[in-house]
Design a protein around this ligand. Structure first.
Ligand code: NAD
Length: 249
């Protein structure tokens, strides 16, 4: 067990699998107590159990990030179980691949609800607890799709672009209270989200990566860990791109 997050309590949305689950494991190894929230209950309970089996502290709570009441219960769980909340990772997200004319409105609405509204609600409900803890760190998971256009992913890109700028305005609002807010922008990462993608399309994304591989959840988790920890105490309103060089070209 290392100690980069010793004494901290973290809430991670979308923590049942993929990047969120790996962030939960890494945070626990670094000494944090972790609350994993997700709509996938069986996988979420398993993810928390795995952390406990390795000697870490973790609980799972059902959390639909589009529902304010769910968020309140998740924040309350962190406080009732571990006494406080220091870190929020807004990681939950859903992918969408259609272009402007092809995306049905209900798909647009759902993607915006989960990826953008969910991040706002997470910040809204966590900030009072972070304030009570004397400050804290919010890490919002955007994407390189929040930075550049792909010609696909209409709602996904709009939602992730919103996360980028929402992060900056929240950083400005809460800096005086010691609450830092930063965004992370992963490139193509090998997770359950992308294993379902059409293989030709996936290969096309990978061909655009100068480092010539897909990223792993660990590649992202170490960036999130830095932003969550006090090592980044002078960093707020920033965007950390972890994409194998994709957007540098
Ligand atoms: N995989 C990639 O290539 C990639 C690239 C850039 C950004 N991202 C972003 O990284 C984050 C993590 O994605 P991942 O790659 O681990 O994918 P994933 O699909 O494995 O994980 C996403 C998690 O979010 C959860 N989730 C979805 N809707 C939810 C809701 N309404 N409430 C609560 N939880 C919900 C899912 O159940 C799942 O556990 C997402 O925000 C995603 O958009 C992923």
């Amino acid at each position: 067990m290392a100690n980069r997050l010793t004494g901290k309590v973290a809430l991670i949305s979308g923590g049942a699998r993929g990047q969120g689950a790996v962030e939960g494991q890494l945070f626990a190894r670094e000494g944090a107590k972790v609350v994993l929230g997700d709509v996938l209950e069986a996988e979420g309970m398993r993810a928390a159990e795995e952390i406990r089996a390795q000697g870490g502290a973790a609980v799972f709570i059902r959390l639909d990030v589009t529902k304010e009441d769910d968020w309140q219960r998740a924040v309350d769980t962190a406080i009732s179980t571990y006494g406080k909340l220091n870190i929020l990772v807004n990681n939950a997200g859903i992918l969408q691949m259609e272009g402007v004319e092809d995306i049905p409105q209900q798909v647009w609405d759902r993607v915006m609800a989960v990826n953008s509204t969910g991040v706002w609600l997470g910040m809204k409900t966590a900030v009072p607890a972070l304030r009570q803890a004397g400050g804290g760190s919010i890490v919002n998971i955007s994407s390189i799709s929040g930075l550049i256009g792909t010609g696909l992913q209409t709602a996904y890109q709009a939602s992730k672009g919103a996360v980028r700028i929402m992060t900056k305005t929240a950083a400005m609002q809460y800096a005086k209270e010691g609450i830092r807010v930063n965004s992370v922008h992963p490139g193509p990462i090998d997770t359950p989200m992308t294993t379902d993608l059409d293989r030709e399309l996936w290969q096309m994304f990978l061909n655009g990566v100068p480092l010539k591989r897909a990223g792993t959840s660990e590649d992202i988790a170490y960036g999130v860990l830095y932003l969550a920890s006090d090592e980044s105490s002078f960093v707020t309103g920033s965007e950390l791109i972890i994409d194998g060089g994709y957007t540098a070209q």
